[in-house]
Design a protein around this ligand. Structure first.
Ligand SMILES: [Zn+2]
Length: 329
């Protein structure tokens, strides 16, 4: 039996033995902040690695939101006990599909936008991801290394390898994008106009006005979706200042989501600059054991297909299990 199956059985047993319900009770004073990226209409779902990493189908998202609404009050008020906050990162037009589902439940959510993606897109990281996911199969030389892209796993590996290369080599993603564009321009990739419009085009000003009118919150997510921990101090400060200048303008709240949002992407300096620039709260993209107002945890459940696993995460049981396993190692 593989590891994943083993854990699914544990969640199933925990669900029917009542352990999950006990965890819901024990954690009733906590708030869950959920993170999603792109909600895609079902007919546009393919088997690409980029969808596996950052997309959820509309019907699957609906299933999750249904469970969330059964377990919690859905709110946009940070810190409210026994409630859930739904958040989306990156501000692509897929936000409109998410809104269509949320409207059915009367839910409001947070949408975190990188400034450069408004009326634009795609962001540098999505340009690389989209290129590697949808370029014709074949061998390509990128940053002096040969990649044979013929399966989703080879494409995912190449993407991760190239991002690591960028991190380790002066964080110069523009030169990688130039190389990719020379091989096959982004607009020539085999991506349908319909999908491109949802997944790779940023929300327009009009979309944002509409989203705000529906009661959703629009918050900050940097200028260009940079890896903030790799920016020079002046650039970091500038990034936060430009974003915080949009509070009560483009943004209708003072909440910020760090791009990537894992500990290695968010240095102590980032958190300090975020707070100093005027954002009243900020969310990470993972569980933070000793969270503060500017390093709030977020839960990622969009990729779970088992309802038992979704409940295991929402209840706090899964995190408890992770803590135990880490402690035992
Ligand atoms: Zn993001």
């Amino acid at each position: 039996m593989n590891c994943k199956k083993f854990y699914l059985i544990i969640y199933f047993l925990a669900f029917y033995s009542g352990i999950i319900w006990l965890f819901y009770r024990l954690n009733r004073s906590r708030q869950r902040i959920l993170v999603f990226h792109h909600i895609i209409p079902d007919h546009l779902i393919d088997n690409s690695f980029e969808q596996k990493i950052v997309c959820s189908s509309k019907s699957h998202f609906e299933r999750i939101i249904d469970i969330v609404n059964k377990r919690f009050e859905v709110t946009t008020q940070i810190g409210k006990a026994n409630s859930a906050i739904i958040t989306f990162d990156d501000g692509y037009r897929a936000a409109l599909t998410a809104d269509a589902v949320l409207s059915n439940y009367g839910n409001n959510a947070y949408f975190f936008l990188p400034l450069s993606n408004v009326n634009g897109g795609p962001l540098w990281n999505d340009k690389i991801m989209g290129w590697i996911a949808y370029v014709s199969p074949g061998e390509y030389i990128i940053a002096g290394k040969a990649y044979y892209l013929n399966s989703q796993s080879s494409r995912q590996k190449a993407y991760q390898d190239i991002i690591e290369y960028i991190r380790a080599n002066d964080y110069n993603y523009s030169s990688i994008i130039e190389q990719l564009e020379l091989i096959t321009p982004f607009y020539k990739l085999a991506i349908s106009e319909e999908y491109k419009n949802i997944r790779f085009r940023g929300l327009t000003q009009e979309d944002i006005i509409q989203i705000k009118q529906k009661g959703h919150k629009i918050g900050g997510h940097s200028i260009n979706h940079d890896i903030l921990s790799l920016l020079q101090p002046e650039k970091l400060k500038h990034d936060f200042q430009q974003c915080s200048a949009q509070i009560n303008k483009l943004f209708n709240c003072g909440v910020y989501a760090y791009p990537y949002g894992h500990t290695r992407d968010v240095s102590i300096e980032c958190v300090k600059e975020c707070a100093a620039s005027g954002f009243s709260a900020a969310v990470m993209n993972e569980y933070v054991p000793n969270e503060t107002r500017h390093t709030l945890s977020r839960m990622k459940i969009g990729h779970y297909t088992s309802k038992y696993e979704i409940d295991a995460e929402l209840s706090g049981f899964k995190q408890w299990l992770r803590n135990i396993l880490r402690w035992k190692k």
